[in-house]
Structures are given as structure tokens and as C-alpha cells.
Design a protein around this ligand. Sequence first.
Ligand SMILES: [Zn+2]
Length: 233
Amino acid sequence: MLTTVLTAFHHLFAELLDLVLPAVCAGCGGPGRLWCARCAALFAHPHWVAELPGVPPTVAAGDYTGPLRQALLAYKERGQHRLVEPLAQMLASAVLASDRAPPSCWLVPAPSRPAAARARGGDHMHALASVLAQLLARVPGARIGMSPALRMRSGVLDSVGLDAAARCANLRGRLVARLDQLPPRGVGVLLVDDVVTTGATLRTCVAALTAVGVPVLGAVTLCDATGAHRHPP
Ligand SMILES: [Zn+2]
């Protein structure tokens, strides 16, 4: 079943790539329709992120290093919006490999700082979660929703260089649920993030959603930057 679904994704993925991507590797810039074989071999290994306090079970598409990091930065910071499709595909593969996707759940993207989203020409995680929801909804029997049910108020600093405690303090009271965007009552949430470093963002997302009665089932992230021990799904 899982193999069949993954194969179907692979074919869909290839068709999408023909439509949207230039013939260069998103990881290293060398020849390759999406990722060259060398880069693909480096990051096609979904794994569980090591447990972090207050963070739900989190599956990562790969580590925050090498070509995957380059591809994320190109998408997030350098305006390569077309990478949303292959990056969403990597997230879908991670979710399916983890067997963590319940037949019915809503995806909620980790919100960006308003100033950062404006500078990037939009909220990159919202776009990524939207495509991921479309991909997961193709799994037979799946009922997948997506909603930007969290937002960051202005005043949040860029977290680069902050330690775990400072990151939590930075987000406290500023990452909040949007009451008009919550999933239907009783439907669980799968959080979607780009990089997990200390877990502060995911922890704060969980706190904000559970405070308004929304259960969080788990999380999926593109990159694991914890540097901690991990294990395959
Ligand atoms: Zn490459």
C-alpha cells in the first residue's frame, strides 16, 4: 500500500517537474531536472527528530545541511517559489514513510514573522502546507484540510543566534491561534515547519493550539537542525 502510494507520488512528481522546473539541480546547481542523483542520495532519508520537551512526534525529510539546506534557502530566501512543489513532495514522502498521517487531519503551517513574510513576497510555509495538503489528499480515504490557524504578532525577533530559552521568550504571547481559522472541533492537527532547531517554535505552536482545545497529533519538518540522535520511521 505504502509502496504503491509512494510510486504514484513519484510519477506525479515527475510530471510536475516537467512543467515547473528548470533543468538544474536545486541542491547544487549542477545538471539535473530536480535534484541530481548525488544530492538526491544525500537527503532522501526521512527520519524521526529526537524527542524534545513539549514537542509532538516530528518526522523530518532530511538534515539541515548540504543540498537540502540549499534548496530550502533558495525557496525561502531567494525567491525560488517554484521549489514549493518538490519540497512539498519531500514532506509528503516523509509523512507517508512515518505512517503518521491519520486519515483525517488538518495541516497547520508554523507561522512566519509578518515582516519576514512581507520581505519574501508571501508566507512560504503557508504555500508549502497548501501543496502538501493537496498531495496528501490524493491518498485513498484521506480527508486532509489545511488552515493558517496560527499567526505571529509583530514584535517577534529573527530567531537566528538565539538559544532555546531566548527563542521561547521571543515567541511567548506573540504566537497565537486564529480563532476564525481553527479546524472543525475534534479534528487533529499536523504541524508543518521548515527547520527544527531547538523545538521552540513547534512547542509554542502546540501550546497555542491546545489552549483553544485543538489537539496536535504530530509535526513534519523539512529539515532537522537539532544535531541530535535520530532514527528511521
Ligand atoms: Zn545536486
